[in-house]
Design a protein around this ligand. Structure first.
Ligand code: KIV
Ligand code: NA
Length: 263
């Protein structure tokens, strides 16, 4: 078993091979996803919604994320472990460094941060200290109230251009990976072409380097509103691990996302 590292993701991008990512919050399902071949596991602050029942990710604390990171770290073997910094961990650089440090000690191997161009300094400081960063652009759920809801971003030409510029700038500042959420397919492609770093998409179309979904969504457990980019991979499978395997296969063969999942 060869462990997934940043180099694995870079090699995938260089070879034009898609890699698979899923959120995970506990040891058992992390082990399942890892065995199914999922390349990257994310302890996402989406846990505030899918585990805790909140309407947004804002109530999630560093301690919540740290707890779930330790759980997932015990369950996974091969997958790369990416972890979200919670809302307001970016209050100042000192807080950012301390919070990221806590999550790295808990088992994180890549720290994901929401934020635009202004996060460049924080990302530079983290990457100087050996903390690899994934910069999350497009729909950034920690800004849901400012955005006026969970809405597709980058539809207007100048917004699309800003997302591409921010991705460039943050990679120059030291971001190792970009994650793009809910943007038109053309924006996904533009970002992928603009940066050397691997680009992970969710609702960003097929023309990026990797795909991610919230684990519960791949198992048909979305409650109420089901976003357009989601697919239930448990359909036709007899186990959760087989569903994760079907997702992994669909991503790597570029059958997912399909046209109907795109904006
Ligand atoms: O918290 C999360 O699950 C995420 C993914 C949806 C990318 O940030
Ligand atoms: Na998140």
């Amino acid at each position: 078993m060869k462990r997934v590292t940043l180099n694995t993701l870079r090699d995938c991008k260089a070879r034009g091979e898609a890699f698979s990512c899923l959120t995970a919050y506990d040891a058992t399902l992390a082990r399942c996803a890892d065995s199914a071949g999922i390349d990257v596991l994310l302890v996402g602050d989406s846990l505030g919604m899918v585990l805790q029942g909140h309407a947004s990710t804002l109530p999630v604390t560093l301690e919540d994320i740290r707890y779930h990171t330790k759980c997932v770290a015990r369950g996974k073997q091969r997958s790369l472990l990416m972890v979200d910094l919670p809302f307001m961990s970016n209050a100042d650089t000192g807080q950012l460094l301390r919070d990221a440090g806590e999550l790295m000690r808990a088992g994180a191997e890549l720290i994901k941060i929401e934020g635009e161009a202004w996060m460049a300094d924080g990302i530079r400081e983290l990457s100087r200290r050996g903390v690899p960063v994934c910069a999350h652009l497009g729909l950034t759920p920690q800004s849901v109230h400012q955005l006026g809801g969970f809405k597709v971003q980058g539809k207007a030409a100048d917004d699309a251009e800003r997302i591409v510029q921010d991705a460039r700038l943050l990679v120059e500042a030291g971001a190792s990976v970009i994650l793009l959420e809910c943007v038109p397919r053309v924006v996904g492609r533009a970002v992928r072409e603009a940066v050397d770093a691997p680009v992970i998409g969710i609702g960003a179309g097929p023309d990026v380097d990797g795909q991610i979904l919230v684990m519960h969504d791949t198992l048909g457990l979305s409650s109420g509103y089901v976003p357009r980019f989601v697919q239930n991979f448990l359909k036709g499978q007899e186990s959760i691990e087989a569903a994760f395997g079907a997702y992994d296969e669909a991503v790597k063969s570029r059958r997912f996302p399909a046209e109907e999942h795109c904006f």
